[in-house]
Design a protein around this ligand. Structure first.
Ligand code: FES
Length: 179
């Protein structure tokens, strides 16, 4: 955490990366988004820690609240450490109509994640306790003609079904049901 004296728990290496990133985005449109994206990408667990957000706020002279509102607005930013593999399921109307809810339930079961009932069907962002898989939902990938759409480690799969999903999980090294 940054202190009154400007000290932070961030390593010198991360500070130096942040300084360079901030400098390279200075004066450019969308600078804050670019800075946050680079900082997240650099983190091995693909997330933005409180310390990073405070450091960026400090160095860019932007209010921390403004940075938080950006990070929480864009689905691409994470405030928690992410799993080694990320599986994102579209919960938009077209994908819902074509069975994305069942895919989500199937994945929860496969990964041993708790069923959160109706409430948990639309907004999910959860990581398995072993840190291997992150499961999340998105509002729409913009690929509705391919519904239902699932993204596995940044690769989009259209017309997804339970068998293909299971196969993809096996490719990622997942051995079977944990529940
Ligand atoms: S609703 Fe799923 S891609 Fe648009």
């Amino acid at each position: 955490m940054a202190t009154m004296t400007g000290q932070t728990a961030l390593s010198l290496e991360v500070q130096s990366f942040a300084d360079k990133t901030i400098a390279s985005h200075q004066g450019k449109p969308g600078a804050l988004l670019g800075i946050l994206e680079s900082m997240q990408e650099r983190n091995p667990h693909k997330y933005l820690s409180t310390e990073v957000l405070e450091y960026v706020a400090d160095k860019t002279d932007l209010p921390l609240a403004q940075i938080y509102s950006v990070v929480t607005f864009y689905a691409l930013f994470n405030l928690e450490p992410q799993g080694e593999h990320t599986i994102s399921i579209c919960r938009g109307t077209a994908c819902h109509t074509r069975g994305s809810r069942n895919l989500l339930q199937r994945l929860r079961l496969e990964l041993g994640l708790p069923d959160m009932g109706e409430e948990g069907a639309d907004k999910v962002c959860v990581t398995t306790p072993d840190g291997k898989y992150s499961l999340r939902t998105v509002a729409c990938f913009g690929q509705c003609a391919l519904a239902p759409v699932v993204e596995v480690d940044h690769v989009i799969y259209g017309h997804m079904n339970e068998q293909t999903l299971k196969r993809e999980l096996e490719h990622l090294g997942h051995g079977g049901k944990r529940a």
